[in-house]
Design a protein around this ligand. Structure first.
Ligand code: ADE
Length: 223
């Protein structure tokens, strides 16, 4: 899967995607991440990408021309989706993540500090996504959340595919508690059931713990 990210801060995207699991997924050609900077498309001699809002008001507005030209320069795959990261979008969740993983290419449009000139929406017609009801200074962190969570759905990104399937949300429940060595730490013991090698009992215990945790913390998921 290919991600093309329109951003005024390409280093933010590049840095994150050059580490850990994203780095490995790129090296293994499971994902390809490219950035494109609208500033490089500005026709202004000072490479300006924003201006004051018509009608007045505080702040600046991202200009249509650099964004639209940058967007139009991207080679589009047949099975491609364009996403704009804004607090006004549909809230991102696990189902959206699964749906997005079916595309060959996702183009991500990030703003920074300020709003988009509405004509960017009129012309590009992106699908708008929010990562929650709070406002960030830019769309880069939301874009990275999307790249990261969609990438880990793709075969080969995680060492064992199973570890994605057993995560919180993928079966509609929160994840059960996990333990590793030692058996006892500061008086806290690993539950006996995990030590006896009885796989059906372990599965039953984990399912019950998942249900218990979901009921306590996120009863909305059970409904
Ligand atoms: N840009 C600023 N805040 C955002 C949010 N919560 N989700 C997506 N994009 C954003």
């Amino acid at each position: 899967m290919r991600f093309d990210v329109l951003t005024l801060f390409p280093d933010m995207i590049e840095n994150y995607c050059s580490l850990s699991i994203m780095k490995r997924a790129r090296e293994n050609n499971i994902i390809d991440v490219s950035t494109i900077n609208p500033r490089d498309f500005s026709l202004d001699k000072h490479k300006k990408v924003d201006d004051t809002p018509y009608g007045g008001g505080a702040g600046m507005v991202l200009m249509a021309q650099p964004y639209v030209d940058a967007y139009e320069s991207i080679i589009k795959y047949e099975n491609s989706l364009t996403v704009m990261l804004t607090p006004q979008g549909k809230t991102f969740d696990e189902q959206m993540c699964v749906d997005f993983a079916k595309y060959e290419q996702i183009i991500l449009i990030c703003g920074h500090y300020e709003g988009f000139d509405e004509r960017i929406r009129d012309i590009i017609k992106p699908y708008e996504v929010s990562i929650g009801d709070f406002v960030l200074t830019g769309g880069e962190l939301p874009a990275l959340c999307l790249i990261d969570s969609v990438s880990r759905k793709l075969d080969g990104t995680l060492g064992k595919l199973l570890s994605a399937e057993e995560d919180s949300f993928s079966n509609g429940l929160l994840e059960y508690p996990q333990y590793t060595k030692p058996r006892e730490y500061r008086g806290y013991k690993v539950p006996e059931v995990l030590l006896n090698g009885n796989h059906s009992e372990i599965e039953k215990y984990r399912r019950e713990e998942s249900l218990k945790r979901t009921k306590e913390r996120r009863s909305d998921l059970l409904e």
